[in-house]
Write a protein that binds this ligand. Structure first.
Ligand SMILES: [Zn+2]
Length: 107
């Protein structure tokens, strides 16, 4: 694993949450899940100004939709962030209930 930072104009180190200046997002909170430690931040509809794709359902999250951003705890930088529908984030956990066969939607 190379530890070098990718070249880019964005300031590294410490600064976080600078991708949406002026927007008021919810506070970060840590969440422990069967698949790891995550940081979650709620995004109110008013602060959602772009279309994102939810990795849970593979549908778009239109602007103005309240949702959440999750990224692995310990991740540096916004590259690992994923925008989820709130219910999709919760449903993600259900998939990891032990003893339950994983249901995969066929592609
Ligand atoms: Zn979704």
């Amino acid at each position: 694993m190379p530890r070098g930072r990718p070249p880019g104009p964005e300031g590294p180190a410490g600064g976080e949450g600078t991708d949406a200046p002026g927007l008021r997002l919810g506070p970060e909170r840590a969440e422990s899940a069967p698949d790891g430690e995550w940081m979650i931040r709620l995004v109110p509809g008013a602060a959602s100004t772009k279309t994102y794709r939810c990795p849970g359902c593979d549908q778009e999250i239109p602007p103005g939709t309240a949702h959440l951003v999750a990224w692995p705890a310990g991740s540096r930088g916004p590259a690992d962030r994923r925008h989820w529908h709130n219910p999709c984030w919760q449903r993600r956990l259900q998939r990891h209930v032990p003893g339950r066969p994983a249901r995969r939607a066929g592609r």
